[in-house]
Ligand binder design. Structure first.
Ligand code: THU
Length: 138
């Protein structure tokens, strides 16, 4: 699966975001080392802190399906009008909680692909969350 294909899957997921409060849509497509893809979108709640981010929805779906070995995640985000119109998107970096969630299951070379299918950048989790706290820290 190419980075562009994974971003396309993330964009599809962003179109299914439930974000009536922020009107900001995020989609994530998580690629396992076995080649399977799990998707997630942000799901907001009237009790704002109960909201869950797209990335953690994708990881939760994958882990619940028995997956533990991950290669890359593509993340696409933007205002709902921009997502609906399919306009060019900037990068939507994962929040700190999502970076920590990724670090539980992924090595520092795990790829995080940000942007849009037309223009994107690839980072490693090690770049986005250096000196992370993990089981080895305890
Ligand atoms: N959001 C995500 O889905 N992922 C992130 O990493 C950052 C933020 C969502 C949560 C909320 O629904 C909206 O974006 C605005 O914060």
């Amino acid at each position: 699966m190419t980075e562009t294909e994974l971003l396309d899957r993330a964009l599809d997921a962003a179109r299914r975001a439930y974000s009536p409060y922020s009107h900001f849509c995020v989609g994530a497509a998580l690629l396992t080392r076995g080649g399977a893809v799990y998707i997630g979108c942000n799901i907001e709640n009237a009790s704002y802190p109960a909201t869950i981010c797209a990335e953690r929805v994708a990881f939760s779906a994958a882990v619940a399906a028995g997956e533990r070995d991950f290669d890359a995640i593509a993340i696409v985000g933007g205002r709902e009008d921009i997502i609906a119109a399919g306009e060019p998107l900037g990068e939507c970096p994962p929040c700190g909680i999502c970076r920590q969630f990724m670090a539980e299951f992924c090595r520092p070379d795990f790829r995080v692909i940000l942007g849009s299918p037309k223009k994107f950048s690839t980072y490693t989790l090690g770049e986005l969350l250096p000196q992370s706290f993990s089981a080895e820290s305890m």
